[in-house]
Design a protein around this ligand. Sequence first.
Ligand code: F0G
Length: 364
Amino acid sequence: MTIRKRYTGLIETYRDRLPVADGTRLISLGEGNTPLIQLQNIPRLIGKDVDIYVKFEGLNPTGSFKDRGMTMAVTKAVEEGSQAIICASTGNTSASAAAYAVRAGIKAFVLIPEGKIALGKLAQTLMYGAKIIQINGNFDQGMALVKEIVDHAPVSIVNSINPFRLEGQKTAAFEIIDELGTAPDYHCLPVGNAGNISAYWKGYKEYSTDIGSLKAVTNKRPVMCGYQAAGAAPFIAREMIDHPETVATAIRIGRPQSWDLAWTAQRESEGWFAAMTDEQILAAQKLLSSNEGIFCEPASAASLAGALHDIELGNIPEGSTIVCTLTGNGIKDPDIAIKQCKDAHPVTIEADLDAVKKAILDSL
Ligand code: F0G
């Protein structure tokens, strides 16, 4: 029997491309190495000749892509002697920060908008034992407070303004190229605070450039397509907005911190930003789960909603290879999922064989 090498996380895997010293203690939960799944039924359904892959980041240890950045940010915070980390969050960053902090044996403080984070994310963050501070305000206000508090308390920020977050997150682009052999033609992402689209672009650029002794892995880079929720779309308005609103609470953000980096990604890749309505986002979430067996959270479905929209319009031509990042797991937001399925009535029957038989035969 051959024993396959145990996967121990993205820092170990891509160490030569990450700013981590040899003796550094790595804070890892085995993040990364997520599946790149080719859609089989949806391309047929829409009648288009396109190869669509989804990078299912919902299968990271805390159920979102945030773990890629958090393994780096917390590793570096611990290396620098930090005893506590802090973040503002729409839910996923807080869950991830909480998990990596407990793993490292340090404290996590998280600022979340009261009543506006999905139930699963709150449950996780509570279970990991972070100090949760709910504010009567939105993510942008929480972010502003976090940036100020570091001058008043000994805490390290682990939001994506921490450059180590983007370093970790860029590895998703490496994984895609390692599996496809090259970059896709188009890469579609949901955009909130805009750290992730900036990180992917960094990764794609690094893998297509000679850096010291590291030779370029491909000469191709994708067109980057960023999709926002229509009620929270500063990149489409081309200015910050004050009252973002969307069912996709993860991307309910009006003042993205990585504003300049994301515009650079758009410009350099000759890509674009577009807005999807909440209805389009939820329809894509349902389409994906009910046709492919892949359940992502609403914000994540903005990438697929956008891709399908731009395929339909011809902005993404037939013959293209497209990767959509599914940033978070659908299980995180059970309320929205159950609301989406309110017409699917589960039957309740007696616990006997005849009743089960009848329930099955009636539905065949
Ligand atoms: N998708 C999900 C599921 C998210 O949680 C986020 C961001 C995004 C997309 C957008 O990524 O901010 O890099 O453009 N969530 C942050 C949080 C803001 O606090 O969990 P981005």
